[in-house]
Design a protein around this ligand. Structure first.
Ligand SMILES: Nc1ncnc2c1ncn2[C@@H]1O[C@H](COP(=O)(O)OP(=O)(O)O)[C@@H](O)[C@H]1O
Ligand SMILES: [Mg+2]
Length: 389
């Protein structure tokens, strides 16, 4: 995984004069699993469509193996796509679904032989763990099995690159997890470059070699899952990936940051003297101690049981932090906290500063993220009664 395979150079896209991609510079390495991650509308699908050749950028260039391919149509690119709605042919069995594309192909003007088609389909069935399923009716397969057939159908053409646009979106949680592992395994077994689109940060962290975080048609950060999680570049990335307390800080010197008027040791440096910065502290990096022994003192305002641990919200001078703890602290408890230097991450101020990081509305957020259909409605003054049947 070293050679550069695809490059987008200063690619921009606009619809009706509205820019949805702004000067994207990005390269994809051969055999890597790269994920485009970001909230809905940030430009992930548009980027994928440009790579697939379904859209032409209004400016900028697309290169494949060093050759400019802006004008090469989709079917002449060594790229295949799996969309969220992967529509199998219902009247064809598993074998025929996978063989469909191969039967239409010509190699040097000649059809691919029946033996070769059969060999390649069976090899694919093996790779997607559907050995023995060739005669099955696709309409009778489970969602996960249908997904595997769709993957086999895309991979049997031996593309150099597979584009996957939120392919697991329709599956339930358990199956999603299984298929994440499957996809990673299939990618490693075939050595095909996967470019994967998702808005789900957990999915991105679990599967990717490289994550590209996007927002507002721009790349916010490129890195390994560990880089992105441990060293977020700005407040947007810190908030989008995992849970983060994001605070205003002032850098006094390398390794010393001031938060809430207190100086803390950190590992970061390279800032101007007294430069205002954003400080990220992950909820799992905070140690709770006796209130008299803490670097900061606060009051617990809410508790959410999460199985292995509790999420508690703690009020420090009106700013609410999220802290994870295995011990229960009751609402109203005064606690102290300590943070090790490696739990404090310093970021440059950006256009996202001040937008994230306070957990005042945490329980609402909880309800919203667990309900995909959620739309905010003004609260009505209705007495809630509990219906227990
Ligand atoms: N064909 C189109 N015509 C007009 N606007 C579009 C079109 N395709 C995408 N957009 C807009 O471009 C933006 C980015 O869309 P998209 O790339 O689909 O985002 P994502 O996949 O990250 O959710 C959105 O604001 C979307 O409404
Ligand atoms: Mg999309």
């Amino acid at each position: 995984m070293s050679k550069e395979l695809i490059r987008l150079s200063k690619c921009s896209m606009a619809f009706d004069g509205e820019y949805v991609l702004k000067d994207i510079d990005l390269y994809f390495k051969d055999k890597e699993f790269l994920t485009l991650l970001g909230p809905s509308g940030c430009g992930k699908t548009t980027t994928l469509r440009i790579i697939g050749g379904f859209l032409k950028p209004i400016s900028g260039d697309v290169y494949f193996d060093g050759v400019r391919i802006n004008d090469v149509p989709p079917h002449k690119r060594a790229v295949n796509t799996i969309f969220q709605k992967y529509a199998l042919f219902p009247h064809l069995n598993v074998f025929e679904n996978i063989a469909f594309g191969l039967k239409l192909q010509r190699q040097n003007g000649k059809k691919i032989s029946k033996t070769e088609i059969s060999e390649r389909v069976l090899e694919m069935l093996d790779i997607v763990s559907l050995k023995g399923f060739e005669k099955r009716d696709v309409t009778l397969l489970s969602g996960g099995q249908q997904q595997r057939v769709a993957i086999a159908r895309a991979l049997v053409n031996r593309p150099k690159v597979l584009l996957l646009d939120e392919p697991l979106g329709a599956l339930d949680m358990r199956l999603r997890k299984d298929m994440q592992n499957e996809l990673k395994r299939i990618q490693q077994a075939t050595g095909i470059t996967f470019i994967y689109v998702t808005h789900d940060q957990e999915e991105a962290l679990a599967m990717s070699d490289t994550i590209v975080v996007m927002e507002n048609g721009e790349i916010q950060q490129i890195g390994t899952p560990e880089d992105i999680y441990n060293e977020p570049k700005n407040a947007f990335v810190a908030d989008f990936i995992g849970e983060s307390n994001i605070l205003d800080g002032i850098m006094h010197q390398d390794g010393v940051v001031e938060i809430f008027g207190r100086k803390f040791s950190c590992l970061d440096g390279g800032f101007a003297k007294l430069e205002p910065v954003d400080v990220v502290i992950r909820p799992e990096d905070i140690d709770i101690v006796d209130s008299s022994a803490g670097m900061l003192r606060g009051t617990v305002t809410s508790i959410t049981f999460r199985g292995v641990l509790y999420d508690i919200i703690v009020d420090f001078h009106g700013f609410k932090w999220l802290i994870q703890t295995t011990e229960l602290y009751p609402v109203g408890a005064d606690i102290g906290i300590n943070i090790d230097p490696d739990g404090i991450h310093i970021m440059k101020k950006s256009s996202f500063s001040g937008m994230f990081g306070d957990y005042s509305s945490f329980s609402d957020e909880y309800e919203n993220i667990s309900d995909a259909e959620f739309e905010f409605e003004p609260m009505e003054d209705v007495e809630r009664t509990e219906d227990r049947g």
